[in-house]
Design a protein around this ligand. Structure first.
Ligand SMILES: [Ca+2]
Ligand SMILES: [Ca+2]
Ligand SMILES: [Ca+2]
Ligand SMILES: [Ca+2]
Length: 262
């Protein structure tokens, strides 16, 4: 029976990492930027039983000038000296009459890609949209838009897709496929020479451990699906979007086209 070739997974991972061009991921995670806020402005919420006169005395005690009062929610927008923001927040948060005090943060709409099939990817963002007639569960997702507000990926990060191969010609993946720099000199991709001396000849875009050749094309579909989740090109007005809009995917094929159980 034609079964999937049994190659120990650890061996494949080690080969992928060491033989095909070093560690899989090289870039440090991006540091989350400080949230943008209006300089010198604070938003304060008072306890509901605090009178307007008491609210004013709280503000006076910390040197805050009221810019706007929100009576219905017992809140206030105030202005303080820009260099006294932290100290003033400290004092307000210790005052039992104050429910909350924070900077006047500036918020923006979540980043949304223009890929036409994005609304069907409920795992990335579930707004309760129906998929094939089945209603969704709002927020049963991985909060991808929230993550995209921080980063949408980087070409400096390479992810090995160790699976059934990858359709490297796919319109949403072709721009994301890793290229081995050691086999990318002029003519080196097809010269029959192991230019980077890693034991694999012309392995310029990964390796096929099933057929032992340099074409890790997917003949099953699973590895390509996984590659799309890892990093289908995002915001390119084509098809779907990956968790990373921009990343490099290293195709490493170790499973053949046969489904388990066949
Ligand atoms: Ca969510
Ligand atoms: Ca090589
Ligand atoms: Ca070569
Ligand atoms: Ca796309």
């Amino acid at each position: 029976m034609d079964r999937t070739r049994r190659i120990p997974l650890l061996f494949v991972v080690v080969v992928a990492m060491l033989a095909l061009g070093g560690p899989v991921s090289t870039a440090a995670p991006a540091k989350k930027p400080a949230q943008e806020a209006v300089p010198g402005e604070l938003v304060i919420g008072f306890r509901g039983d605090i009178s307007a006169a008491d609210q004013k005395s709280v503000l006076k005690a910390v040197g805050a000038a009221e810019k706007k009062s929100f009576k219905k929610i017992h809140g206030s927008l105030v202005r303080v000296s820009a260099d006294a923001v932290e100290a003033t927040l400290d004092k307000l948060r210790k005052d039992a009459r104050v429910r909350y005090a924070e900077r006047n943060f500036i918020v923006h709409a979540d980043v949304t890609p223009n890929d036409p099939s994005y609304p069907t990817l409920w795992g990335l963002n579930n707004a309760g949209q129906a998929i094939k007639g089945w209603p969704g569960v709002p927020d049963a997702d991985i909060d991808a838009p929230e993550a995209w507000n921080v980063t949408t990926g980087s070409a400096g990060v390479t992810v090995a897709d160790i699976d059934t191969g990858v359709d490297w010609s796919h319109p949403d993946l072709s721009s994301q496929i890793w290229v081995n720099p050691g086999e990318n000199c002029a003519g080196c991709r097809a010269d029959g020479i192991d230019n980077d001396h890693n034991g694999y000849i012309d392995d310029w875009r990964g390796w096929d451990f099933v057929s032992d050749d340099n074409n890790p094309m997917d003949d099953h579909g699973h590895g390509t699906h996984v590659a799309g989740t890892i990093g289908a090109a995002g915001n390119n007005a084509v098809g779907v979007v990956g968790v990373n809009w921009n990343v490099r995917i290293m195709p490493v094929k170790f499973l053949n086209h046969v489904f388990s159980g066949q």
